[in-house]
Design a protein around this ligand. Structure first.
Ligand code: NAD
Length: 119
C-alpha cells in the first residue's frame, strides 16, 4: 500500500520512483493527482480520451509524464495502456482508476480517439 499524505501533511516520499497510471488524468481531479505524483517523484502515464489536453499536460511535465489516448470502457485499450506503461517506465506499481463522467454523456469525448493519437 502506498501512503498518500495531504498537501500540508507530508512529502509523499513513498511515491518517489513509483510508476503510475492515472486514468482521466488530463483534467480535473485526475490532473491534480498527476501533477502531485510528478512533484513527489513518480513517473506517470496520463491516460485519457481527451487527446489535446492530455498531450499538452504531458508536454508541460517533462520526462516524468507520458500521455496515452484511451477509452477506459474498452478492455483492449486498457490492456494496451498497461502494456504501454510497463514498456515506457519498465514496470507499474500504481493504478488510479479516476476516469469517469460527471456531465451528461453528450459532453464526453469517446469517439474522438484515432489510432494515430496513441502514446
Ligand atoms: N467532481 C466531482 O464533484 C465528482 C464527484 C463524484 C465523483 N466524481 C468522479 O471523480 C472522477 C473525476 O471527476 P472530475 O470532476 O475530475 O471530472 P473531469 O470531467 O474534470 O475529468 C474527467 C476526465 O476523465 C476523462 N474521461 C472521461 N471518460 C473517459 C473514458 N471513457 N476514457 C478515458 N478518459 C475518460 C475526461 O476526458 C476527463 O479528462 C470521475 O470519475 C467522476 O465521476 C467527481
Amino acid at each position: 500500500m502506498v501512503k498518500v499524505e495531504s498537501e500540508k501533511g507530508g512529502d509523499m516520499g513513498e511515491l518517489k520512483g513509483k510508476r503510475a497510471i492515472v486514468t482521466g488524468g488530463a483534467s480535473g481531479i485526475g490532473r491534480a493527482i498527476v501533477e502531485r505524483f510528478v512533484r513527489a517523484g513518480a513517473q506517470v502515464v496520463i491516460a485519457d480520451c481527451d487527446v489535446p489536453r492530455g498531450e499538452a499536460l504531458a508536454a508541460g511535465l517533462g520526462e516524468a509524464a507520458r500521455f496515452f489516448a484511451v477509452d477506459v470502457s474498452r478492455r483492449e485499450e486498457v490492456e494496451a495502456l498497461v502494456a504501454f506503461a510497463v514498456d515506457t517506465f519498465g514496470g507499474l506499481e500504481i493504478m488510479v482508476n479516476n476516469a469517469g463522467i460527471v456531465e451528461p454523456l453528450a459532453k464526453t469525448c469517446w469517439p474522438t480517439i484515432s489510432p494515430t493519437s496513441r502514446g
